[in-house]
Design a protein around this ligand. Sequence first.
Ligand code: 13P
Length: 396
Amino acid sequence: MTYYLSLGSNLGEREQTINRALACLEELAGVITSRSEFFYSAPWGYNSPNPFCNLCCCVETNLQPLQMLQATQAVERRLGRSHKTADGHYEDRTIDIDLIRAFDGNGQEIRWETETLTLPHPLWQQREFVRVPLQEIITKQHKTIEHMRTRMVAGNWKMNKNLQEGVALATELKEAVKDPKCAVVIGTPFIHLATVAELLKGSPIKVAAENCADHEKGAYTGEVSAEMVKSTGAEYVILGHSERRQYYAESYEMLAEKVRLALANGLKVIFCIGEVKEEREAGKQNEVVKAQLEGSVFGLSAEEWKNIVLAYEPVWAIGTGLTATPEQAQEIHAYIRSLVADKFGKEAAEDTTILYGGSCNEKNAAELFACPDIDGGLIGGAALVADKFLAIIAAR
Ligand code: 13P
């Protein structure tokens, strides 16, 4: 379900209102899933009594109405915006949102239609709302929107699917995914990479390897280097997956080297972190993810960090049918983002894509993705069935 969130401003000056709304958008970057539309009207005056008078921007989110209201109020508090205008017309509960419905200070409903906004309040009827592509304003006025992080749904096929089955699945996905609202990546075994990357040329779906070597090249029988992965047309590599850590004894140092080589060869890295069951039960999950980040990726430069996507995958949830609750996942995602902020700064943290993985499926994805710090999913089992994977993409 798509909801629309509108932010009003009564600052008066067009320039100011646009900048104020952009600041709101930036603050809300964590919940915005589309940047395609932006509504505003020409300036009215400094004492306008309603929130939508000068500007109204509309963004798509996956949040439920109550969460949206809370998010909006949090933003407005942070921006120090008053909830009451001079004539008291505009009460504390500034924006009452319920799927494309908003109410003015007199409890009258504002109807939102695709192209026009009907404004029942007499003052509002004087306003003409103009619809302009958000991107147009952004490029002219501001750069903040460029900081909005990528939402992503990535599949990890693991050691499933022979070449023919993999090609069949990739073909099915290619047919169905034409204009997704988020980045879509499929992680395949090495043997599929070149064929699937070729098949997906011109499609928005990108390809990832599930591993690469910790050496540049040479006598390492059976290994596949980052440079080789890149030469197939793959753009990503999944590193640090718990199955690699657990079954192939991949250490922090080894992973740091793999990450370094992947980035040096022009790949983007989906770097996985997450605690095992005993660590969660002992309340050590924060400690664990911090050590994993510090051990392998916090030595990167700010420039290198731009090509890192994080995936939080609690090991106890992988392939078990046990999913972290949205509250558990959100809590640790927010913590991970705070670690990134401490290391690389707030802006870099806001730009970092953090995926959730671990029994994420077509039924629970929307609820998980509605959390402000969960930017998408890294999907195992459910990525092996086109319909399920497509439903997860649609939920993002
Ligand atoms: P499942 O979705 O099968 O639990 O696997 C998650 C995972 O490990 C993705 O990398």
